[in-house]
Design a protein around this ligand. Structure first.
Ligand code: ZN
Length: 565
């Protein structure tokens, strides 16, 4: 299997690609038997895999070094070419949905492909092609704005991730200064962030109208391939979060304030959980990677084989560097059966989360490499995050090696982070529902919406003397709001499922891992709720689900000793 560095890239000949795609498409629509159509579908799917792999390769090589002019130009090319190929795919989806042999084809390819096809068909028409290209350009502008951040802090020019590491400092003045420095960057660029978002919202509303949707929210759900739930289920789920998770989260913030000996826990204190400092991995990046190798070697034969493949082929780019795009992700190159993990390690406990979280994604993609439809390499996002977030918990038995005497602190912190995150996640979700309900709202009205929602789900949040953040501007830093609309609640849904796996792993680690493996092997061949049911997980939308899932967490937290931390 080829190493990442040796994967060849040449710009695809778009005209030739279109010709071959159309030719296969013609044989699909003219096919007079299920067997003939089946062959044409297989051909189209391999064309899709080859194009998508090149597009992903460009995106990876661009984010690894945003200053590389060659891949910057290729990224620009792909920003324009992507929607053209999506147009062809839309024709493909129309053809399979309309097939007289649909039942036979569903038996061969799975029902889920046809559900996804029906949703995707609704998301595209040639009429919106230029709008989609404009949407891509605006999203790239957001990336460029953040990646270009050069903040003078503690005697050096630093990027956002590097300054954010100081916000976990034990020294209150340092973390306050780091928090202000990050906030200052967003305040200085507030006009740009609001312009980009305003243009995106109006553009997206226009696209939704042209495609016959009442508003962008419905289009976004279809884009995300949500075939088994809608805004109503999600709203009811947010209510469960408000009732079951927000009080536990508020209790955790109270405990944190007590540990730190603070009367008021301000925003700049939130990053420091323990007076004695946050849990940190007990070694440098190279050491941490070695720990990862040991963990996956011992967890199971399947993870052992997988992780040595990843390291041998150079499919991990972990450490932060100037010019690297911010954030972390896992992507998959189908043509070369290569998952790829990207992150910005900065010496904090977040580095370990990459080693478990992104590896969970990569492991699932690797286990699903045998599917012939690219649509099944990953499931829809909320299900995707189950593999990653559950791997964080399946890795718990090895955390003593990584964190040494900080092990108990790490576990408390990890569990707390999820509980504190879920209310924030649903706030981001509710915000977007409200934004797209009123696309004509002004930037200041949007800030007011955010502030109101933030007060409901994060009642402890206190920005101190930071008037900019108190004006409702925190969401500027949440890239998903700009680049992946409505993809955020997914993390919270998956978190709830991961807690369910955690609960099971406490009772029987081996059985929990086998159920996890089965879930990974199903890839994206089923819908979210079907995947939950197939692996014995509670469906988070169901009434009472959160109450039941939260109970073991409450018990664990009540027994956790943190006074010494
Ligand atoms: Zn993830």
């Amino acid at each position: 299997m080829i190493a990442f560095a040796d994967i060849p890239y040449a710009r695809p000949d778009l005209e030739d690609f279109k010709r071959r795609f159309r030719d296969a498409l013609e044989r699909l629509t003219d096919g007079e038997s299920a067997a003939a159509q089946d062959v044409a579908i297989a051909e189209i799917n391999s064309l899709r895999i080859s194009f998508d792999s090149l597009l992903t390769l460009v995106s990876i090589r661009h984010t690894v070094d945003t200053r590389d002019t060659f891949y910057k130009a290729e990224q620009d090319f792909m920003d324009e070419a992507g929607p053209v190929v999506e147009g062809l795919e839309s024709e493909f989806f129309s053809a399979i949905v309309a097939s007289p042999f649909r039942t036979a084809l569903e038996a061969s390819w799975g029902v889920q492909l046809f559900r996804l096809a029906e949703l995707k068909m609704r998301c595209f028409s040639p009429e919106v092609l230029e709008d989609l290209q404009a949407e891509n350009r605006l999203m790239s502008e957001y990336d460029a704005l953040k990646a270009g951040a050069e903040i003078e802090f503690a005697g050096a020019k630093r990027n956002l991730a590097q300054v954010a590491a100081f916000a976990e400092s034990k020294d209150r003045d340092v973390r306050k200064a780091a928090t202000q420095a990050v906030s200052g960057f967003y305040a200085a660029n507030a006009g740009e962030f609001e312009r980009i978002y305003d243009e995106l919202v109006r553009l997206r509303h226009g696209i939704a109208s042209k495609l016959g949707f009442a508003n962008f929210t419905e289009l976004a759900y279809a884009r995300l391939g949500r075939s088994d739930y809608g805004a109503t289920e999600v709203a009811a789920y947010r209510d469960q979060v408000l009732a079951e998770v927000v009080p536990v989260a508020a209790g955790l913030r109270k405990r944190q304030a007590e540990r730190l000996g603070l009367e008021n826990l301000e925003f700049c204190d939130e990053g420091l959980e323990f007076q004695s400092g946050n849990a940190t991995p007990k070694g440098d990046a190279a050491w941490l990677l070695e720990q990862g190798k040991g963990l996956y070697r011992e967890l199971s034969p399947e993870t052992a084989e997988f992780f040595s493949m990843m390291t041998e082929r150079g499919l991990l780019d972990l450490e932060t560097r100037p010019g690297k795009a911010s954030g972390g992700y896992c992507d998959y190159l189908g043509s070369w059966e290569a998952p790829f993990i990207f992150s910005n390690w900065n010496g904090t406990s977040g580095d370990v989360d990459v080693l478990t979280h992104e590896v969970g994604h990569a492991f699932q993609a690797w286990r699903s490499r045998g599917f012939r439809a690219p649509d099944y390499f990953f499931p829809t996002y909320e299900a995707c995050e189950i593999h990653s977030m559950s791997m964080e918990f399946l890795a718990w038995p090895w955390m003593d090696r990584i964190f040494g005497e900080d092990e108990a602190k790490y576990k408390l912190s990890h569990l707390s982070a999820g509980i504190l995150f879920v209310p924030y996640g649903v706030a981001v979700d509710e915000f977007q529902h409200r934004v797209y309900e009123r696309p004509e709202a002004s930037p200041s009205e949007r800030r007011a919406m955010w502030r109101e929602i933030e007060r409901k789900y994060l009642p402890w949040r206190d920005y101190g003397d930071d008037g900019f953040l108190a004006s409702g501007a925190f969401w500027f830093r949440q890239g998903h709001i700009f680049q992946d609309p409505f993809y955020y609640i997914d993390y919270t849904l998956a978190q709830v499922c991961a807690w369910d796996f955690w609960r099971r792993s406490l009772a029987d680690r081996e059985a929990a891992f086998r159920a996890y493996l089965a879930l990974c092997d199903l890839g994206g061949s089923r819908s979210f709720t079907e995947l939950c049911r197939a692996s014995g997980l509670r469906v988070p939308f169901e009434k009472g689900a959160l109450r039941d899932i939260m109970q073991p967490l409450r018990d664990w937290l009540a027994a956790a000793e943190d006074r010494g931390f």
